[in-house]
Design a protein around this ligand. Structure first.
Ligand code: S3P
Length: 439
């Protein structure tokens, strides 16, 4: 829920120390509910993210007749209804701020023979949906957006879907997953080719549910009509939530922080690669595999960062971490240049503009470009910034206070609850001087 009255007030200075576990991975939490609901049998999930986005997915499946117990302390029990067991909900499914819920559900529901509507909040209702309605139409689906190509999405029943061979025009895991999930209900084979590697949790989890997925280079294929077998899922801590602490501890002198049980999927680890290129001191230990996903503990200590030109091949692997990385760049010696990241303009907010505006308000020389930003590292002063209701902008500016010379006040922070409900408490325990004010 966007509530412009919720603010973070963060006093300058401090260091991040100790040992913390950030909440469960948002992408994996969404998918656990989706696949668990369609499976035969009972799926038990632990480490589930109890944030508003993944709870929106959970609520949607409950509204479609799936019995789901929890979440209690991250534990969820899903009584799968099988591939054709969903029922049309009595009302439109409200997916709040969650782009992943809307785009993946559009595909998953396109071939179910149900008539239903997907809605979202003001931010989600402004985000591009043609990227999913276009390939779904090619498959024979009727998923209608507004004339502007935005939500609400009206899904109408069709006789059948047919498999397609689809080349993604943008490197998007949401679009890839949408098409693959529709492909579960399509005749024949559905294939998606990606222009660059994007997060592959859907493919990994389908295989965990016993569904055959074939990958040949950058092309992923599956055949429709198969069944999913329930399984247990242990959701690792979200590397995208860990990212704020990786940046915070890197920029704050005296920091020494251990982040436990972090998901280290190679399609998600761009933030570590980029920070290391900037000179960060991040140690990876206790590497293990949990239910098909790599996991590790990360120790991060303060280090002197320097500016870099961020390699474009890292962009899809760190796509959610650029707000935090821009703060790292502002604290680095010299210039940091990001290019090839126009997707940042259509996230929960226009993250290029929102971050440039906020950094400039703190005295940083940050110049936005159509597909990225150029930032000169230097001193940060205190000031007021607007998160535009974007959780990741809010948390990134909170970390900036570690190096500012005055208080930072961040407006419109309620949506931090979409991905990281306990951020204020956890960040405070680690050493950030943060107070949350509600109206
Ligand atoms: C996600 C994919 C990414 C990411 C989002 C979660 C997913 O979006 O930004 O936060 O779970 O598939 P795009 O596919 O639009 O890049």
């Amino acid at each position: 829920m966007s509530d412009s009255l919720t603010e973070f007030h963060v006093s300058p200075g401090g260091a991040l120390c100790g040992r913390i576990r950030v909440p469960g991975d948002k992408s994996i939490s969404h998918r656990s509910i989706m696949l668990g609901s369609l499976a035969d049998g009972v799926t038990r999930v632990s480490g589930f993210l109890q944030g508003e986005d993944s709870l929106a997915t959970l609520g949607a499946f409950r509204a479609m007749g799936v019995e789901i117990e929890g979440p209690h302390d991250g534990r969820v029990v899903i009584h799968g209804v099988g591939r054709k067991g969903l029922k049309a909900p009595a009302q439109p499914l409200d997916l709040g701020n969650s782009g992943t819920s809307m785009r993946l559900l559009a595909g998953l529901l396109a071939g179910q023979g149900l008539d239903l509507v997907l809605t979202g909040d003001a931010s989600l209702s402004g985000r591009p949906m043609r990227r999913v309605t276009a390939p779904l139409a090619q498959m024979g689906a009727r998923v209608e957006a507004t004339d502007a190509g935005t939500a609400p999405l009206h899904i109408r029943p069709v006789e059948a879907l047919h498999g397609i061979d689809f080349a993604l025009p943008v490197a998007s895991a949401q679009v890839k997953s949408c098409v693959l999930l529709a492909g579960l209900y399509a005749d024949g084979e559905t294939c998606v080719t990606e222009p660059a590697p994007t997060r592959d949790h859907t493919e990994r989890m389908l295989q965990g549910f016993g569904y055959e997925v074939r990958r040949e280079g950058n092309r992923i294929c599956l055949r429709g009509g198969g069944r999913l077998r329930a399984c247990d899922i242990d959701v690792p801590a979200d590397i995208s939530s860990a990212a704020f602490f990786l940046v915070g501890a890197s920029i704050a002198p005296g920091s020494d922080l251990l982040l436990e049980h972090v998901g280290m999927n190679p399609t998600r680890d761009g933030v570590i690669n980029i920070l290391r290129l900037m000179g960060a001191d991040i140690e990876v230990s206790n590497e293990r595999s949990m239910g098909g996903e790599p996991v590790a503990d990360l120790r991060v200590r303060h280090a002197a960062l320097h500016g870099i030109h961020i390699p474009e091949d890292q962009v899809p692997l760190a796509i959610d971490e650029f707000p935090a990385l821009f703060v790292a760049a502002a604290c680095a010696e010299g210039e940091t240049v990001l290019t090839g990241a126009e997707e940042l303009r259509v996230k929960e907010s226009d993250r290029i503009q929102a971050m440039a505006d906020g950094l400039q308000a703190l005295g940083v020389d940050a110049r936005p470009t159509p597909d990225g930003m150029t930032i000169q590292g230097g001193a940060l002063r205190g000031g007021e910034v607007d998160s535009h209701g974007d959780h990741r902008i809010a948390m990134s500016f909170a970390m900036a206070a570690l190096r500012a010379d005055g208080d930072i006040r961040i407006r419109d922070c309620a949506n931090v609850n979409t991905s990281f409900p306990d951020f204020g408490r956890l960040a405070g325990e680690a050493g950030l001087h943060i107070v949350t004010e509600n109206g």
